[in-house]
Ligand binder design. Structure first.
Ligand SMILES: C[S@@+](CC[C@H](N)C(=O)[O-])C[C@H]1O[C@@H](n2cnc3c(N)ncnc32)[C@H](O)[C@@H]1O
Length: 278
């Protein structure tokens, strides 16, 4: 594997990958509506040779393999790929494979008819190079379909806990909105220009909102939001934050969650992006 995207490689083979492995069931349940809308937009065919970009623990690869002829999940994270491989084995699926690849620079699966991704395309150092690399491996009628997050402000599951965190933790360095990370593709004009530059055409970018389930109780939801979302980098990754402050924040998030029966739901806002290789 190439040495580019080194920070991302370390993160997804370290704390990021670990959080997704431990939280796989919770995260896949919370993102079930995204999986459904993504697969519908991808219009998967029985003849498709699919490549799932940044497949992580494999949920969308396993889902697409129910319809497609073959599905390959590629990712830089060893622990996430290991769980994905175990899941495929448990399901007895023979048309699924998982391989460790850096999508930006490594050779990928040739003659892919559908390249798809649920939140796996926003982490490249050089997104134009990555999307050009994907395109170079597509069959003549190959198509692209992916889901990515709109801005943190439009995603209540980020903005609500973040507003509580900000009351207790001073963060003087606002994140670079274009840096690789979950919200790097929040701007639809940027997505279009990256894909155009990488040679894709017939680009369509459609907004979708959905309700994300974060658990049965405010306690479970507050813990999930901190341990599994982008807040983890601030909350878990900063040793200067005391245990007392953490507990105050958790309580603050619980109190701020909307009252609800039958579980805690927060709004998620995404783009569903489709394009053609030629
Ligand atoms: C937010 S997770 C999404 C995982 C999975 N698609 C899902 O929805 O459960 C992002 C994934 O992108 C992967 N990733 C990041 N940079 C990558 C790269 N350059 N090549 C391949 N995978 C990458 C990470 O390892 C991680 O599994």
């Amino acid at each position: 594997m190439s040495e580019i995207n080194q920070n991302q490689k370390e993160f997804w083979n370290g704390p990021g990958g670990e959080a997704w492995v431990v939280g796989q069931e919770t995260l896949d349940a919370a993102m079930r509506p995204v999986t459904e809308v993504l697969l519908k937009a991808a219009a998967v065919k029985s003849t498709d040779r699919v490549m799932d970009i940044g497949c992580g623990t494999g949920e969308t690869t396993l889902e697409v393999a129910r319809t497609a002829s073959a599905a390959l999940g590629v990712d830089i994270s060893k622990p996430m790929l290991a769980l994905a491989t175990d899941r495929a084995g448990e399901l007895g699926l023979s048309n699924v494979q998982f391989e460790q690849r850096d999508v930006q620079g490594d050779a990928l699966q040739s003659d892919t008819t559908l390249a798809m991704s649920r939140f796996g395309v926003m982490f490249f150092e050089d997104p134009v190079a990555a999307f050009a690399n994907i395109r170079s491996q597509m069959a003549a009628d190959g198509r692209l379909c992916f889901a990515c997050w709109k801005s943190p402000r439009e995603n209540e599951w980020v903005s609500l806990p973040m507003s509580v965190v900000r009351k207790h933790i001073q963060d003087d360095t606002p994140p670079d909105p274009l840096a690789p990370g979950p919200f790097a593709f929040a701007d639809d004009k940027r997505i279009a220009s990256i894909l155009e530059e990488a040679g894709w055409r017939d680009i369509n970018i459609a907004p979708t909102d959905f309700d994300m389930a974060w658990g049965e109780s405010p306690e479970a939801a507050a813990h999930g939001l901190i341990e599994r979302g982008p807040l983890r980098r601030i909350f878990v990754g900063d040793p200067s934050i005391t245990e007392e402050t953490k507990q105050t924040i958790i309580k603050g998030i619980q109190d701020a969650l909307p009252p609800s029966e039958g579980g805690i739901f927060l709004k998620g806002a995404i783009w569903i992006v489709t394009a053609k290789a030629n």
